[in-house]
Design a protein around this ligand. Sequence first.
Ligand code: HEC
Ligand code: HEC
Length: 403
Amino acid sequence: MRAIAVLFAALALALGGCGSGDEDEGSDGKGEVAPTPAERGPTQNGGAASPEEAFPPLAALPETPPVPRDNPITPAKVELGKLLFFDKRLSGDTEIGCVSCHDPAKGWGDEQGISTGYPGTRHWRNSQTVVNTAYLAKLFWAGESTSLESQAASAITGNLAGNGDPVMIEERLAQIPQYVALFQEAYGCERPTFNYVLRAIATFERALVTSSNTPFDRYMRGDPSALPEQAVRGKTLFEGKARCIRCHNGALLSDERFHALDVPENSFFEEDHLGQISLRFQHYSRGVPEEVYRGAHTDLGLYYTTKREMDKGAFRTPPLRYTRFTFPYMHNGVFETLDEVVDFYDKGGGMSPNKSPLLVPLDLTGAEKADLLAFLDSLSPPEPLIVQDPEPEKGMPYVPVER
Ligand code: HEC
Ligand code: HEC
């Protein structure tokens, strides 16, 4: 059997293809990949960190993120991925690209509570920053994807985002000579394939969309002068009285587990018909029972994956890096400022029975809140990370293919 498989692979190469590029996990182009129970970890209701349980200490971020063995970083892939990230021809109607919802000038998000959607739709969640996502093992607000490659597939094909068809996109790229040459250089393939599109975008994100040199990182690497005193006091609160470290821990300031905070509803879903359509569409397409779907009024988070009552409203703890630039906050963008976020935690979070028992009223003073905010600020670089738009549509036009 193995010999036959090898023969087929050799044949595919001899025929001038470059393999489907989908022989590994995570770049299979099938869209969202649900985390396995082991990867997912328990929810707060399923027995996560009790107050006494040890959690990873805060740490500096390693300068390079993990890189999958089958997709090493090369300059050609980074260049290709950058062009693709900015190219709107990767969507159904060629009007929307990654950059439309992940604008470097807007924290690599879009500064809206609920994200822009594919033309004619509205999204149903807040657009997350792309910065440092290369370090995450679980992507999206409820951890529905487990690699940047599979995440990119969801983004390009998802009805509320790119709404693109992989075959159509391959045909388009095949008509752009510069892309054909770049795919050849990066992956040694004769024609651009969808799977290499995903890998190139992921490589760009791993190589250029990271930020590991914040004041906090310099402090943790041994420079005591990198943090102002107020931020140092805020760090002590973060690790102590304010209890944030119970979920926001390690180098990413995320346990990558799922917790329900019961953040306030975003009134957008009461008022906007496109938002209501998207919310119901998402419920339906995630296979929830009809009575839940018909009465859809809020994002149920991890529940869509597990269908367990206790997981309703649980979301992946987001990293707190780069948050200076990523307002508004939370899965539904309900808080405009970090002050509002801290006030929410100070009150002990929301009221739902599913709310994490790790949230309790904190009784912070005004000065303590200010200290905490100074610490949060130290988790972002002073200046935003900007990558110039290479404007691929202008510089790389279609050219009819010769027969
Ligand atoms: C129409 C707007 C839109 C477009 C287009 C879009 N995204 Fe997103 N992106 C979002 C939203 C909204 C989320 C959160 C979705 C969720 O949790 O279900 C997200 C999440 C992500 C995440 C996960 C971040 C995290 O912390 O887990 C990454 C990475 C990402 N997008 C990259 C991309 C790339 C690459 C493209 C282009 C191939 C793209 N996005 C296109 C809106 C968009
Ligand atoms: C029980 C675990 C838990 C604790 C404790 C906790 N958080 Fe969170 N944090 C989360 C989760 C989960 C979310 C996302 C919730 C959502 O979108 O509904 C979040 C979201 C945030 C966000 C928004 C990030 C973004 O990108 O939108 C900030 C800021 C934040 N937390 C800061 C803090 C601070 C400061 C503390 C301590 C006062 C704290 N958190 C305590 C789990 C926790």
